[in-house]
Design a protein around this ligand. Structure first.
Ligand code: GDP
Length: 295
């Protein structure tokens, strides 16, 4: 994960590790390399610039020039700032409803359906919940089938109405079904498109308004870098979602989405997807991710 970024940051810190006496110039060179590493990882320009400005201020405040191990101190400052940038505290999923309603949003191909299954499986096996999965894609019959396949794999019931073309109605009926049958979590998988469009946004906003979920999650493919951040912004403007799910972190992703998304939409990353299998789900811990990035 993020191998390229990790390598480049490591090289940046070498500048400080090799010297007997550290100067302003050495620190400035390190920060320049850190910024370049972030930009190469597809972190937004302004975020990368603000990041290195904050690191510089901290480095001055902590007297990095006179410390015995300036390289280590810089790594620590960068780690703390990365943790802060990616969310600071860990935030869970809101399960206060009865049933708790979780709405999935995101583009087609982002991994929504797969993640809906993973989350259902996680809540069933780790939190002893009884989840119901709901197929609310009224355009692609294949998407409904895909959710049924997922449900079968993990032993979770899937609610669908293949003939109904009204997503709001399907979601509402599913919630009635959940209440009548003792399901305490309802996970609603919605239709995505290949790009943000008005019709998709209206539809999901209508579903959101009708079912008033405790938790709206935005699912995004981490391989898409700054596009992921722009898509997050568009969905957040309409849905004011509660958290982000970053998928495909097992792939050859550069890291830009993980690092930037929180500060752009001001919503925490809550889960990550690390594979196609149903158990490839992890709660997102900003400090652990910062550790991984720094290698
Ligand atoms: P949806 O259109 O948003 O519902 O996306 P899908 O759930 O159908 O996922 C699209 C593709 O990405 C499928 O081939 C999934 O197996 C794959 N996928 C989803 N999540 C992950 C992940 O975390 N890692 C990897 N490697 N593949 C994933």
């Amino acid at each position: 994960m993020f191998d390229n970024l990790t390598d480049k940051l490591d090289k940046a810190f070498h500048i400080l590790k090799g010297h007997g006496k550290i100067t302003d110039v050495n620190v400035a060179d390190t920060l320049k390399e850190v910024r370049r590493a972030l930009l190469d990882a597809d972190v937004n320009f302004k975020i990368a610039k603000d990041f290195t400005t904050r690191v510089k201020e901290k480095a001055i405040g902590e007297n990095v020039l006179t410390t015995l191990q300036p390289g280590q101190l810089m790594v620590k400052i960068v780690k703390d700032e990365l943790t802060e940038l990616m969310g600071g505290e860990v935030s869970g999923v809101n399960l206060s409803g009865n049933p708790s309603i979780i709405l999935m949003s995101g583009l087609q191909g982002s991994g929504k359906t797969t993640f809906s299954g993973k989350l259902a499986n996680f809540l069933k096996t780790k939190k002893s919940k009884k989840p119901l999965l709901v197929a609310c894609d009224i355009y692609r019959p294949a998407a409904i089938n895909q959710l049924h396949v997922v449900g079968e794999q993990i032993g979770v019931e899937v609610y669908s109405e293949p003939e109904n073309k009204n997503a709001v109605e399907i979601a509402q009926n599913a919630i009635k079904h959940a209440k009548a049958n003792g399901f305490n979590v309802v996970i609603v998988d919605t239709a995505g498109r290949l790009a943000v469009d008005e019709e998709m946004m209206n539809e999901i906003a209508n579903v959101h308004a009708a079912i008033q979920p405790q938790e709206t999650l935005f699912v995004v493919d981490s391989m898409t870098g700054q596009d992921a951040v722009n898509t997050a912004k568009a969905f957040n403007d309409r849905l004011n979602f509660d958290g982000v799910v970053l998928t495909k972190l097992d792939g050859d992703t550069r890291g830009g989405a993980a690092i930037s998304i929180k500060s752009v939409v001001n919503k925490p990353i809550k889960f990550i997807g690390t594979g196609e299998k149903m158990d490839a789900i992890d709660v997102f811990y900003p400090d652990r991710m910062a550790d991984r990035i720094l290698g």
